[in-house]
Write a new protein. Structure first.
Length: 783
């Protein structure tokens, strides 16, 4: 959501003040410098978490941390809320107050994250208008502006997140206790960030300490639907410890999360007994009572540890560093027809190290350097019950090195921003054809000019990025953004740009065979990059102190979309599917948002999103996108005592695909008639093809389904100055669909949290007083 003026503690507020000298690129409310990237390799171990620690770690977290915090809570110091402006870095590629950002930047701050009780990134983002969070193959995935997750770039402190599975980053990997705020840019941003930023950018800014002492501990337990394998229980525990001194600050965070998973179609005792007794009956077949031993949601054990630090060499020269490690152990039971039951286990190790420095001469002239290294290792084990025919082990490893250098330079009514970037990607997987190893590198340079051509009420920022890919050659990506404040309460923004996505290693070199089912999937090294042209416009109106309105529109045209096509030639008697640049599509839509607040503690939010999508090849809407989506929220959040938060989402019907059957098919140089397709098509109200002259190219139709209304409720009570007890219900109406929408059923939870935050110990350095004139900031010259 977008920050609005004079409501710095709100989840929808525009912060209006000037950033202080020395602030840098990825900082929180205190407007301090960024976190980025780093030159040393992580020495973190990739050993598994011992199985016996599953239930003991949450207890250890609580036992070890809460008494320590209880002693410290006797100190008379009390936290003071920061009045500083929220500084954002994603939209304009340099730090500035969110209210002054030329590119529309939506911000979710720490206060909102805690009020809604989010456990991970997916919980946070699903509350934002215009963003869809869906169940994916391996966790939660995102859609923006009607585009799939492979077109959304996910960053942590400006660094790319590795480890895409089937093109998507699992949002639940990133835990809420690690996040200070989230900056959201919608629309093509490839001119600033390169590949994958066709739909937009999600930049996660991690927490840092700006107090002499900060400590927080939280314990949560919940339970949901009963299931065949386990009770559906889930627990979360986390600890955060931080300090900030004159020259040094540090924040350490650790969390442990576990769940039994869930099942939307549990195996009942009656079915199992009927299957056993049925075997004594003549002619009985097991298939007459199909097994449902598989699970829907994975059981997991999840550990996250991170540390972020800063050292101030001088008042205007800081060095930032971060280390993080995440371990995830997922287990799920799959059913493979006709009777194979598979135990799947994924062990994931995810490590990142980053270091950055920023030196500022005088605002806005500054130089910043960043380096990061990330490694993602995922091992899949499949164990078939009562047989070893389908047993297997498979490992995927991603490694990236990223370097960035950027110079901001003020020149009259221009601020020039230029930089150089380098990215090395390595991918290891047995599904990569040949050696099982993929490698590529990208180098890029970008330049943008923030220009005030007329007066302080109008900004225009043209920009361009030149990028060379070792596999796809060179290209230039232009970008233009503008902002106009025609009156004190009005802000108009416009953006246009080109985006692209380089084919993944899987798209290029994938090699997978499934002889049991009779097909294989292969990559295509001759693929071209996917391209898009996008346009965004928005208007924000701060009508009164208690009412804020916003509307925005978007249009994206995408070409060279990569999809699978069935080949006419069979290889090894297998039907072959290959990736090709075949599809074209567009997405367009409108987003509206209103916020009403009163008495400083009540906030009402209302939102509506219209999304129109179209596949130009199949001439049907893109699958799974609802044209109409609504959002509402109500929160009551006093500093102490009772508070609550209500969040609801309403979605209209979504299109889902089916392959049309043909009455008459031309195959093997002759026509084949199949009259059996007519009655089922009429019964199911589906279309069929009269004559199919190209059976190797599927023809799809669609049906509408899965309209839904979901509601989450959370209540809390703050007491004894440092403590908070809370409880809540997710998915109150228990909506799910085992085939189309396999979200977790109704889930009830409760927990306790303790927070100690002493008064900020690092005062703001002296700086010129900002003077606001009709929506603009001017600097008074120092005497």
């Amino acid at each position: 959501m977008i920050l609005r003026s004079k409501q710095s503690s709100s989840n929808l507020c525009f912060a209006k003040s000037l950033r202080r000298p020395g602030d840098s690129e990825s900082e929180s409310n205190s407007a301090l410098p960024p976190v980025s990237a780093l030159p040393f390799k992580s020495a973190l171990s990739f050993n598994s978490v011992p199985a016996g620690t599953t239930g003991i770690i949450p207890i250890l977290f609580t036992v070890l941390s809460l008494p320590f915090l209880l002693i410290l809570s006797l100190a008379p110091l009390k936290a003071e809320e920061s009045e500083d402006a929220t500084i954002v870095v994603t939209g304009d590629k340099r730090p500035r107050p969110v209210s002054e950002s030329i590119t529309r930047t939506e911000v979710v701050d720490r206060k909102q994250i805690e009020e809604q009780g989010s456990r991970n990134l997916s919980d946070i983002l699903k509350s934002q208008p215009g963003i869809e969070v869906r169940e994916g193959i391996r966790g939660q995935e995102i859609r923006m502006q009607g585009l799939d997750p492979e077109y959304v770039l996910i960053l942590i402190d400006g660094n790319r997140v590795t480890g895409r599975i089937d093109g998507a980053i699992d949002l639940s990997r990133i835990k809420a206790e690690e996040i200070e705020r989230i900056e959201i840019i919608k629309g093509p941003a490839s001119a600033l960030y390169g590949s994958e930023a066709m739909a937009g950018v999600i930049n996660i800014i991690t927490r840092r300490s700006d107090s002499p002492f900060f400590a927080q501990a939280e314990m949560q337990y919940g339970s949901g639907r009963e299931l065949h394998f386990g009770s559906g229980n889930e627990s979360h525990a986390s600890v955060a410890l931080g300090t900030s001194q004159e020259k040094f600050s540090n924040m350490f965070i650790a969390g442990w999360h576990r769940s039994d998973g869930y099942d939307l179609n549990p195996e009942t005792e009656q079915k199992k007994q009927a299957r056993i007794l049925g075997r004594f009956l003549p002619g009985f077949e097991d298939e007459e009572i199909p097994t449902t031993e598989d699970q829907t949601g994975s059981a997991f054990r999840d550990l996250n540890v991170s540390d972020r630090f800063r050292y101030s060499i001088e008042e205007n020269w800081d060095v930032d560093g971060s280390l993080s490690y995440r371990y995830l152990d997922q287990e799920i039971v799959d059913f493979s027809p006709p009777r194979a039951v598979l135990d799947r286990r994924n062990e994931t190790h995810d490590a990142q190290a980053a270091i950055s420095t920023r030196y500022e001469w005088s605002y806005p002239t500054a130089l910043s350097l960043h380096y990061s290294h990330a490694r993602f290792l995922d091992t899949l084990n499949i164990d078939q019950r009562r047989s070893d025919d389908l047993d297997s082990e498979e490992t995927q490893e991603d490694r990236t090195h990223e370097f960035r250098a950027q110079l901001d330079y003020g020149l009259g009514n221009h601020v020039l921003t230029g930089g150089l970037e380098g990215l090395i990607e390595e991918y290891v997987s047995p599904r990569i054809e040949g050696s099982g190893y993929g490698y590529r590198q990208r180098t890029a340079g970008f330049l943008q000019d923030e220009w005030q051509p007329f007066d302080a009420l109008f900004y225009v920022t043209p920009g361009v990025r030149f990028e060379h890919d070792s596999q796809f050659g060179s290209q230039a990506l232009p970008r233009l953004s503008a902002r106009w404040d025609p009156a004190d309460k009005w802000t108009l923004r416009f953006g246009a740009g080109q985006g692209y996505r380089a084919p993944s290693f899987k798209d290029l070199y994938f090699a997978f065979q499934n002889p049991g089912v009779g097909y294989q999937v292969v990559g295509n090294p001759d693929l071209e990059r996917e391209k898009s042209n996008g346009y965004n416009a928005s208007v924000d109106y701060a009508a009164t102190e208690w009412l804020w309105l916003s509307a925005s529109g978007f249009y994206n045209s995408i070409t060279n979309l990569i999809d699978f096509r069935r080949l006419s030639d069979r290889s090894d008697d297998l039907t072959t599917y290959q990736t090709v640049n075949i599809s074209k599509a567009f997405t367009r839509g409108l987003e509206t948002m209103a916020e009403i607040r009163f008495q400083k503690v009540w906030v009402i939010g209302l939102g509506y999103t219209f999304t129109d999508t179209y596949d130009k090849v199949q001439e049907i809407p893109l699958e799974g996108r609802a044209r109409h989506r609504g959002f509402y929220s109500l929160s009551y959040s006093p500093a102490t005592g009772f508070g609550f938060s209500i969040r609801g989402h309403i979605e209209g019907h979504q299109p889902f695909y089916y392959e049309k059957d043909a009455l008459l098919t031309f195959q093997n140089r002759r026509f084949e008639l199949d009259t059996s397709v007519v009655l089922p098509a009429l019964y199911q109200n589906r279309e069929f093809t009269l004559i199919d002259l190209d059976p190797d190219t599927p023809d799809y139709g669609y049906y509408l389904a899965n309209a839904n209304h979901t509601l989450d409720i959370r209540v809390r009570y703050r007491f004894w100055e440092y403590y908070e007890a809370f409880a809540g219900v997710d998915n109150v109406f228990d909506h799910y669909d085992a085939e189309l929408d396999s979200r977790r059923p109704r889930f009830i939870y409760a927990g306790i949290k303790m927070t100690i935050n002493t008064a900020p110990g690092r005062p703001l350095p002296s700086e010129p007083e900002p003077v606001r004139t009709n929506g603009d900031i001017e600097l008074l010259e120092e005497p």
